[in-house]
Ligand binder design. Sequence first.
Ligand code: NAP
Length: 259
Amino acid sequence: MDLGIGGKRALVCASSKGLGLGCAEALAAAGVNLVMNARGADALEAEAARLRSEFSVDVQSVACDVTSEEGQAQVIAAAQGVDILVTNAGGPPPGLWSDWQREDFIKALDANMLTPIAFMKALLPGMMDKGWGRVVNITSQSVRAPIAVLGLSNAARTGLTGYVAGTSRQVAPHGVTINNLLPGIHATDRADSLDGGVAAQQGISVDEARAQREATIPTRRYGSRQEFGATCAFLCSQHAGFIVGQNILLDGGATNLTM
Ligand code: NAP
């Protein structure tokens, strides 16, 4: 399917690995020029170079922490005039509800709620002026059903979801859509590190921890970054202009819901 977005320009935050990289790859494959970001410059530049040569698109890389004010200023300066915004950042650490302090919540809110909001506030006006734009926020299945050990994620991402629900309806008259993609378990470094935590806690191997978790997913496997990226690219496409303010769960059926 031709996504109809060749020649457009996208900012994909936190995109040297994992789900962000999946989105960057799928957009590049659709002919979209990119601004990519991550903290580690080496992995970021390696992936930027690969996408440039594989898909013949322009790729600019901005190495910085997207959750810091300085990092946001750097990325926003490089991304002026983009048509597509994909927000993403690392997820908060696991823990117990009674252990988190105010500072832990502030950090999680900064990374997983206020950072995407800052990017939307900075880049939506340009899209609205042009009468076309797409925003996809990478959140989590924890927005639909809480994950006990990820209480910081449950809290911060739900706040972002409320902001998107209201804002998406206000920018839609200008041809701009905002939607959220809710990953369940995907095979990325983040999933490896969560499996590592379970393995250490239960005295089992990482492979055993993964097998246990795969057994809880109706598809009996983790998702891939390519599947995730393809869905993101579709939401950014010309075909998705009537999808507004939605929360799309990509979890292999793991969240047991009727709707
Ligand atoms: P990942 O494989 O660990 O990749 C994270 C990417 O983001 C890397 O490129 C990393 O590069 C970059 N990054 C992290 N923190 C950053 C920051 N502060 N500023 C700029 N770049 C940053 O993680 P993932 O699995 O793709 O997860 C992406 C998001 O989806 C996370 O918020 C995660 O909690 C959420 N999620 C993931 C899953 C899953 O199963 N994978 C499920 C639900 C939710 P650097 O380290 O070099 O900065």
